[in-house]
Ligand binder design. Structure first.
Ligand code: HEC
Ligand SMILES: [Ca+2]
Ligand SMILES: [Ca+2]
Length: 485
């Protein structure tokens, strides 16, 4: 009889949008929450809720079953602009003894920008008694942000170079470092240098930080125009920036590496992918992904699964999932059951395209028994060297993330190349900008140097920007670039 049968059991409430087919396992992708505003950090809470920071300064809990959002704190002093705002968050894993949550965010006093690390005490559904643990110089970009608690209860903070590259090698500066603190903000007795928070140095702008099950610490880091990185962090390690980008491959880098004993990344990416949230996956729930690092990427708009070797010292493979399906991905966390949650970042300062009404979202990726949607996604292996013979793609990969595929730029951050007098003007000047980059005092962003591209690639890209989107200026030859190196 229709309409009379009692509901036997509670069905999964979240509709399955798509499936992923792995070697053996089938995964469901569903949308947990919508209409969020740049969720920067998502992390699994002791109450089985997803705890989330949104960039403008709110901390909320999301019910993973229903998507209900409950705001638990608004931090009024947060200064949000472009990449700044309320960023990292970590909950102490031993909540009974240490009922703390740690956050870091940007503040601005007059003209001075700082990153502030604050501890809150959890009292049921509120966060109370803020205690400032540390305040370090900040900037309009490169503020790093991520936090983690080590297996022995220390607080780790991945900071950015605050756009002063030399900070990263300067032992006295707390920027461009992994910092290690006691949870009351004091310096641990056994830090490398007595009285200093510095645990490791030589970083540009880290956007991911996670411990593996056996206590190894990993980071993800944004490179400049090339060489995004994932690193395995060791005590007192020097990771090279700004003298070294990615692997030790140029003559200068090799010399520097020998002299200063710098450490190469486990994996690096050129063209860049803008790696963000990083979390360790140790669950049996999705066996194909067990013992991997899960990495959310912004520019590459994908979830990367980086399979580790048994002792966690090498990345064996790099597989790409969800590519171009949900836009920019920023946060990732795993529930004790082994379900994966990923947050989008389509409403942030550097959108790929107009955000959808439903943005930003939190997605759930979970093990399923069968395919239940019309669309089945597969992963793909990241190829060693992207073979770029298509000029649209060449432009898009190296320039499009900032200047946009239609050359329109981002107001206040990246100039439009469409109609730009520099693009259309003197060739020598344009080639110089391309090879050496461009920085203007008081502008929040800078144009990276592209001298690592070949003369032929440079000629193709510069000709492309001079002849596209209604631009009509003459071509640029490889020989003209060669002359100016
Ligand atoms: C990381 C972001 C970023 C990337 C990637 C990037 N640019 Fe830029 N570019 C900038 C910024 C920021 C400026 C403005 C710099 C300034 O004026 O101080 C700029 C300026 C320029 C200008 C001068 C335009 C004007 O009107 O002022 C040209 C030309 C240019 N870029 C070309 C390129 C090309 C070609 C590529 C790819 C090979 C590229 N850019 C990649 C950030 C970027
Ligand atoms: Ca490095
Ligand atoms: Ca290098």
């Amino acid at each position: 009889m229709l309409g009379c049968s009692p509901r036997k059991r509670k069905e999964a409430i979240l509709p399955v949008e798509q499936n992923i087919q792995l070697d053996k396992s089938i995964l469901d992708i569903s949308v947990v929450a919508k209409g969020l505003n740049v969720p920067w950090e998502i992390t699994w809470g002791p109450d089985d809720k997803i705890w989330m920071t949104e960039q403008h300064g709110e901390i909320s809990k999301i019910d993973p079953e229903t998507g209900d959002k409950k705001r638990i704190l608004e931090i009024k002093e947060v200064w949000k602009d472009r990449t700044t705002g309320l960023l990292g968050m970590v909950i102490h894993p031993n909540i009974k003894e240490y009922p703390y949550v740690f956050v870091d965010y940007t503040i601005k006093n007059d003209k001075n920008i700082f990153s502030k690390l604050v501890r809150y005490t959890i009292q049921r559904d509120s966060l109370i008694s803020p205690k400032t643990l540390l305040v370090i110089p900040g900037s309009s970009g490169h503020n790093g942000s991520r936090l983690a608690i080590s297996p022995n209860g220390k607080l780790l903070w991945a900071t950015g170079d605050a756009q002063k590259f030399q900070n990263a090698q300067n032992e006295k500066s707390l920027n461009g470092k992994i910092l290690r603190l006691n949870i009351d903000g004091t310096v641990p007795e056994n830090n490398p240098v007595k009285g200093s928070y510095v645990w490791a140095k030589g970083f540009r702008n880290m956007q991911g930080l996670t411990f593996s099950k056996n206590g190894l610490l990993y980071t993800s880091e944004h490179g400049d125009a090339l060489e995004d990185e994932v690193n395995l962090i060791t005590r007192e390690g020097n990771y090279g920036w700004p003298n070294i980008e990615g692997v030790h491959d140029t003559e200068d880098e090799k010399k520097y590496a020998e002299k200063y004993n710098t450490i190469e990344p486990l994996l690096s990416w050129t063209p860049t992918i803008a790696p963000s949230g990083l979390t360790y996956y140790g669950s049996d729930n999705i066996p194909e992904w067990k013992n991997s690092l899960l990495l959310a990427t912004l520019k590459a708009r994908s979830l990367r699964v980086l399979k580790l070797n048994d002792d966690g010292t090498k990345i064996l493979s790099d597989n790409i999932f969800l590519e171009n399906e949900y836009g920019r991905l920023r946060g990732v966390c795993v529930s004790p059951k082994g379900d994966i949650y990923v947050s989008t970042s389509n409403k942030d300062w550097n959108p790929y395209s107009k955000p959808l009404e439903s943005d930003d979202r939190i997605l759930k990726i979970s093990r399923a028994n069968k395919i239940s949607s019309a669309k089945v996604l597969k992963g793909k292996v990241a190829s060693e060297n992207t073979n770029i013979d298509n000029i649209d793609q060449l432009y898009s990969i190296y320039c499009g993330s900032c200047h946009k595929d239609d050359g329109s730029g981002v107001e206040g951050s990246f100039p439009a190349l469409k109609g730009s007098s520099i693009v259309l003007g003197d060739k020598g000047n344009l080639i110089k900008v391309f090879l050496k980059g461009k920085k203007t005092e008081n502008k929040p962003e800078q144009m990276p140097a592209f001298k690592f591209l070949s003369d032929e690639e440079g000629a193709a890209i510069l000709t492309y920007i001079r002849t596209n989107w209604g631009n009509s200026a003459g071509a640029i030859q490889a020989s003209e670039i060669k002359k100016m190196r």
